[in-house]
Design a protein. Sequence first.
Lengths: 261, 417, 392
Amino acid sequence: MTQPVLAQFMTELLSGRLKLVDLTQTLAPEFPTIVLPPEFGQAWPFRVEEISRYDERGPAWYWNNFSMSEHTGTHFDAPIHWVTGKDQPNNAVDSIPVDNFIAAACVINTSAESADNPDFLLTIDYVTRWEEQHGRIPERAWVLMRTDWSKRATPKDYLNMAEDGAHSPGPDAEVVPWLIRERNVHGFGTESIGTDAGQAHHLNPPYPCHYYMHGNNRYGLQCLTNLDQLPPQGAVIFAAPLKIRNGSGSPLRVLALAPSA
Amino acid sequence: MTAPLATPKKKNPVQRTRLATLPPGARSRSALGLTRAAAEGRFELQVCADCATVQYPPREVCGHCLSEQLDWQTVDNHGELIATTTLRHSNDLYFRERLPWRVGTVKMAAGPVVVAHVHEDCAASGTVRLTLKLDRSGQAVLHALPEQDTPNMNDAAQLRESTCDPKHRRVLVTDGKSAMGIAVARAMLDAGAAAVFLGDPTPWKTVAAYDTLIEDERVQPVDLDVTDTDSVDRLAASIGGKVDLLVNTASYLRGNPGEGGILGRKDVILARDAMEVNVLGLMRLAQAFGPGMRFRAADGTNHAVAWVNILSIHALAPLPARGAWSASMAAALSAALTLRAELAGTGVRVVNIFPGPIDEEWEQLTPPPKLSPAAVAKAIIHALKDGVEDVYVGDIAEEIRARLRENHKAVERELGQ
Amino acid sequence: MSARPRLGYDGVVVNLPVTIPYARYSTHSAHWWLGRALGELIRGSGLAKRDVDGVCVSSFTLGPDTAVGLMQHLGMSPRWLDHIPMGGASGVVALRRAARAVQAGDAEVIACIAGDTNQVDSFRNTVSQFSRFAQDAVYPYGAGGPNASFALLTDYYMQHYGATREDFGKLCVAQRDNALKNPHALMKKPLTLAQYLAARSITDPIHLFDCVMPCAGAEGYLVMTEDRARALKLPFTRIRSTIERHNAFPEDPIQFRGGWAMDKDDLYAHAGTGPEEIDFLETYDDYPVINMMQFEDLGFCAKGEAATFVREHSFTLDGSFPFNTSGGQLSVGQAGAAGGYLGFVQAVRQLTGTAGATQLAKARLGMVSGFGMINYDRGLCSGAAILERGQV
């Protein structure tokens, strides 16, 4: 029975009726990582050192060493990342059942609001109005918040730091538990540096997306791009983190399958 | 009187860049005592502990009483210039390119007779001041200077061969967003630097003093993160041929005292981050900018001249409360000494600055005295103008330095308390 | 001065002056030059090789060999061997050592030889490894070689004693006149005072014709008993008196006198003569100022009056006060350590009547002086000998 489905899938893909969209930012040293108060431990940015490039260090081959944190670049947050998820079963990237790495996605476009207000917060009201237009969020689907933040070209604009910290959009403290409770979502994804808003430490609880999602064994995706190429409903996301033992997350390649427009 | 140094002309792009030659650098082991003094800007000769005869050239035993008890001591540096000559010919490649060259015989008030480089503002005879300075070979030489300072005396060509004056030079300040970087950049501009390339490791962060500084047309902001090889390489590809002086202000100090030791932490991330900036950052800069500076070590009057590392006195004696950082400073010093050896063949001087605690955020709980970044910047300018290579800045650094000589075990025990 | 009377050199003589013609540059090693000098001495004496039972060697470029290695190289088995590393004082000092050895019976015939090669890099190599004090305290100041040291002491001498470039020039011109009669001299063209004065400055106040030209060459002579010399029918010179001194007047802030000033009274007393009796003078002349000092310090005029002395004499072979009759190093060339033999060998020629075109009409009593080793800021070795024509 499976064979015909996959064969049909490949036919659709090869014919161009289905498209693959890369939702991943390029890993590069200058891509910003989250900035925490300096007394806390800091995530390593992406760094690369050439091992050899067809030279005396290796005549016929080119390769690099790289280093970064589990939360650098486009990355996946596992429940164990947050203290609320520390006791959840299968909460680390190596133990999450692999069927969680493919899920449907809803894309909520807040780009207009985010352009006007970098501190824009997604609310229950906003989501319900979105559902009126695009249909109810299905069970176990990723909710991806499109802000067009990935189009901010410089690290300065992307991080958007002020004296009172970063200013970037995210969900408010009510919508996250509502999505889990009322819609049983798979996880939450954003274009900015975290799943929470830049000023989310002032919300109650602080960092509600991390707090609730991981506390309920759900996942996070951040630093996504190309969300503008996805339909509001109907896309499928492939997001499989690296199999790091007890890893809290991982940089990854996020691919979306969507019907061609 | 010395004419003020003219603004260097733009380089003729079809003229070959002359490679650096060095003055004779071979010395007996005893004579390296002069180099030790010159490296720190002191004027010391051997003095016999038994008969007090001052010796020169350096000896193994006293030339007067044959005692072997010869101690290096600060002595009166004044003397009478009794003969001078101007070399108009030399078989030595270095001097050949720098003729005419004035030398003289000085009868020191302290006793010995010395041959010294003679400053152009010295009269043919009369009282002169002797100083010990490092020449381009990195070894000590004596310079006879006028008894009183004269206008523009640092601009004299012969003296400039022993100094690294920022005047008319282009300076890369690697981290221009730190308080230290800003202070160093300001000091360089005040000292007559032609241009300052002001490194920006955090373009996303707004620093008002940085923004003010880059309004000066002599200041050019450049992206530079010393932990990012690609960033360092890209900048070197862009301005590597223009850096006459490099001051590495990139520095990593985190953690409150006591949180930065070894047993006081659960991980080596802080240590590794410190190594990334303080040690590997220095090496990345060296690999990217060293070749260009080495190539340009004789390129006109504003040739590449010096590489300044701002280390810490704790590179020499660790502060266990900041053990990981101290280890990074010790490693940075070791790397700096290697760099010094590697650049020695071209005359580009590596100047190491050893300050005591700096008055900055991470030293909030450190009791005074603490050094302002401006004071360190001033010490750097002095070091470059005076031609020294090791600078201990501030009372704490000088005290630790002196006590290390007296009893390094005492320093070890007491810093550990 | 020593209270004990010095022994004379009775019964010991010097003979057979030889010069291996100088070359500006040589592809040979020092061994070649020294070997040729020894060969000339042995062939010229009529002795068998084994009869030369003592050798005294001076050379800067013999390294890595010493006099010992040279003996194996030359197949010699001497029972007495010395190595005199005293540069310009070597000729006189070698005589002092050899004469006493022959006198005491430690050797019968001693060959004293000095020679150096001059390859394109030799001078720079010799200079750069010359002495520790020079390495530590002179070369770093651009003074690669003795030019700067002599410039400084010339500057001092001119300031204090009123000597002028014309005075130095007069000596150089007179020496060149003498050299034109010496077939071995490398300088073949006359020198005028105008040319001297117009020469380019090398290291103020030293100009081109104040400097010697480094070259390759060798010099030698034999020391033996008078009886042996008579048996061999070799003309000889007697040794009336000698002196040497090292690191004289260390308290002088700069060199304005040499060790001769300490020892000249001894020199004349031992010889039983005085400066007025000396028929000619051969000095070590690497720069003209040092000639002036030797006039003064050897008693030919008072300290500081050499300039006046120069103005009063002609210094040529046929004039008053014949001086550096071969042309001296300034016109013959400086063949390394052989430069310390040049004046000595020329004096022996004059006193054995073998000086050829440079032969003086009257040469009964001659003086040779040596000076050498600018170790730091001054020449450290000085020596002198009064020699007398022997009656064969």
